[in-house]
Design a protein around this ligand. Sequence first.
Ligand code: PLP
Length: 439
Amino acid sequence: MTHILHRQIHASLPVARGGRGVELFDAAGKAYVDASGGAAVSCLGHGHPDVVDALKKQAETLAYAHTSFFTNEPAEQLADRLIAGAPEGISHAYFVSGGSEANEAALKMARQYFVEKGEPQRHRIIARRQSYHGNTLGTLATGGNEWRREPFRPLLIETHHIDPCYAYRYQEAGESEEAYGLRAAQALEDRINELGPDTVMAFVAEPVVGATAGAVPAVSGYFKRIREICDRYGVLLILDEVMCGMGRTGTMHACEQDGIAPDMMTIAKGLGGGYQPIGAVLLGQHIFDAFAEGSGLFQHGHTYICHPMACAAALAVQDVIERDGLLANVREMGGYLRERLEARFGNHAHVGDIRGRGLFLGLELVADRSGKEPFDPARRVHAAVKKEAMQRGLMVYPAGGTIDGTRGDHILLAPPFIIDRVVADTIVERLGEAMDVAT
Ligand code: PLP
């Protein structure tokens, strides 16, 4: 009998007792290869000695100091480091405790930016249907996953959703990738014009869609056109890199591969690699200037912003990634894992699409491969794959999205950046067995 309100009340969960490298161990001693980094979190794997040392030192030095009284060294150093590697124009960082808090803060920053600039009529948010931006009320309203939003609908602020850039589902026969990217981006311009350009505050999107679609990158050209449209109408572009950022796709930020820079970017998960809860908004100089030249106050905050332990963990994680050249390993192992997935599932009767970037890869599961027909949602095939994989000592992330109003089934892989070929082969072998049983 547990006194924790677990998310899935009737699920019987193993107790995680330890972790080392790419594996987690339960209380019975069973090992699980963490092929999803939990939910794309554990980028360095588990029990990394350098991060553990940094945490011990920070706990002995300073665990907490409230930000209305002090700044602190780990937070200042982490901000310097993130800004040095950030996309063009990004000048400041705002540290919170996770991805939802980061997106919530970004939305409020966008709103206050326009208030400071004397454009208080701008309050509308446009986002995309197949998206997840968090579970607080503001971020839930912004995300496009109907199933998650449904019970809370009366509490949600006004948001507007356009189709995502999702070639497997929406690129038409005979349409080039370039033409599709431009058509998908045009939906943003059309919606801005419908709503009234001077009322729109921000467009929010994940460069590679994670939890609702299983690692779907946009086609080339899409985000360049999105950037142009945002600039044309003075709409802020907020990129949510909570899941796909911080090296996961093989570059530090996913948007580097799309050749654009946002006005604001949110990061979390891989920032602290799970060693501490941490997220951040990275914001452009123009946003900072509007606050600095205006009220001088960002009217938002939490008790744990700039937490020294969280920032120290993130610094240590980022140091190891740089020192050990792990982004190169993400690119190499990402290529290898994808090759192995294509060899094993390329002709699988129930795998419609294999996609992603770096070590952020997804499989879309379908009842019928030729017609792309989704499984009956009642079968919860993604959950069945997860269960079968766990039995075989493998963690994969089951993503449930919405395809034309029905839930789709996707499997997301986001293993630690330290994997080698042997681990990649093990992942594919165990996933293959799980899929054959569950589909
Ligand atoms: N944004 C994206 C793209 C995510 O994938 C998630 C979590 O899965 C979030 C935001 C919310 O982050 P958190 O769960 O840390 O609040």
